[in-house]
Design a protein around this ligand. Structure first.
Ligand SMILES: [Zn+2]
Length: 428
């Protein structure tokens, strides 16, 4: 009998509907089989629960996480007050402060199934403290939690004299992705220059791109078309992401149809951030109020890759959050009206495979023989139940090692038919 390190028995393998045994050897998924006959030191019985690759959070601001209430709570709940409060907070940043808050946020996220994170880091701050702190944390967590860092010019690149130099300097400090914020520049012309500089820097250093793009309700904010055009002209298909793109909600249909065609041709990725944008957008509207979300259904139908980000955890922009990607996805399902059955069962792709594609980690991500044994076991029978119940994540495994474990909770009731344990799974 061959020996393997671990067998996960009775795993409902995500995306297949099949119940299988997963054998793990030397940190790799060595076999996925109907019934394993191997011997193993460790055996985990998944009891037909859903086993999928760990969640990916492709858009987070770790440097601002867990700062809510300091120096004050956001009393108006607006983006502008959030930026002002963060501007106050960042005058006193220290490496220790950022690392301890970010580490704590990551423990929350890992315990709920996320082990791949793309975090933006503010590079508008003269000492680049955030970059130093998060690059240190990234190497400390190497192989356990993969952190990609985006240089994010929060205050704009051309709005103050040092903006461009700070962005360029940060890229030599362990940054993986170049970011921009064209809609925050002083003029439309500067917004175009912002995008052009991001592409030039990414090309020069062979980095990915992720731009905060058109995060406004202004239907005239149209930097996304420039991002798509440069992606096509420079042959950077697959390497470029635009985050938020909330202005698209308000574009006219003739313009949007053309734009979505170009985004698909460019192989671009779009990230939606339902927590922050549902709260921050359309603040200038009276009633009816628009939804602060890009056109998710039309983009998916047009062949554009979409993923969901958590964006904020307890920061000046979003005062809630616990680092749970299923919660973010569940909110998006509601506000983007992804309630068709096929949309519901495939929704989990928006925080797994589709997000992995955008991070460019697809070669080493997924429940497949030969790939690293990175997986989670959710307390749910299948994909439908995962998005409905937002269940606990019972096991989180990286390279065959269990790095987080949660005891499943249960309730009992005593009604007219005696005492029973409640099973919230509708499918089982
Ligand atoms: Zn953001």
């Amino acid at each position: 009998m061959k020996a393997v390190d671990c067998i996960i028995r009775n795993a409902r393998v995500a995306g297949t509907g099949n119940v299988r045994d997963i054998e793990i050897t030397d940190g790799i998924i060595s076999s996925i089989t109907e019934s394993s006959q191997a011997g193993a030191k460790d055996i985990i019985d998944a009891e037909k629960r859903l086993v999928c690759p760990p969640f990916v959070d492709p858009h987070l601001h770790l440097d601002a996480a867990l700062t809510v209430g300091n120096p004050d709570f956001n009393r108006s709940g607006t983006l502008q007050e959030g930026i002002r409060l963060w501007g106050e907070y960042k005058k006193n940043l220290s490496i220790e402060d950022i690392k301890s808050r970010a580490y704590r946020a990551i423990t929350w996220m890992v315990s709920q199934g996320t082990t791949f994170v793309r975090s933006h880091v503010d590079v508008s701050e003269p000492a680049l403290t955030g970059v130093k702190a998060l690059t240190e944390l990234k190497s400390e967590l190497k192989g356990i939690v993969d952190i990609q860092l985006v240089a994010f010019p929060q205050d704009g690149i051309f709005t103050f004299p040092e903006g461009k130099a700070l962005l360029e300097k940060s890229l030599a400090m362990g940054i993986d992705v170049v970011g921009g914020i064209p809609h925050n520049e002083l003029t439309r012309e500067d917004g175009i220059k912002d995008v052009e500089l991001v592409f030039a820097l990414a090309e020069e250093r062979d980095l990915l791109i992720d731009i905060h793009c058109d995060e406004t309700d202004d239907d005239q904010s149209r930097f996304l078309e420039t991002v798509a055009a440069l992606t096509i002209k420079k042959g950077m298909e697959g390497r470029v992401t635009a985050s938020h793109t909330t202005a698209m909600h308000s574009y006219n249909n003739a313009y949007t149809i053309k734009l979505i065609g170009n985004l698909a041709r460019a192989g671009m990725h779009i990230i939606v951030n339902p927590f922050d944008n549902s709260i921050l957008q359309a603040r200038g509207d009276s009633y009816p109020k628009r939804r602060g979300i890009t056109r998710v259904d039309e983009l998916l139908a047009g062949g554009v890759n979409i993923a969901v980000g958590h964006d904020s955890i307890l920061d000046p922009w979003y005062p809630l959050g616990r680092g749970n990607m299923l919660h973010a996805l569940n909110l998006l399902i509601h506000i983007a009206q992804l309630a068709g059955y096929d949309e519901l069962v495939s929704a989990i792709d928006l925080i797994t495979g589709r997000a992995a594609l955008l991070l460019n980690i697809q070669d080493r991500y997924g429940i497949e023989e030969g790939k690293p044994a990175d997986l989670i076991i959710l307390d749910a029978a299948d994909e439908f139940e995962a998005v409905r119940l937002m269940p606990e994540c019972l096991y989180v495994m990286r390279s065959g090692k269990v790095i987080a474990r949660t005891e499943p909770s249960y309730s009992t009731v005593e009604l007219s038919r005696g005492r029973e344990v409640v099973d919230l799974n509708f499918h089982s």
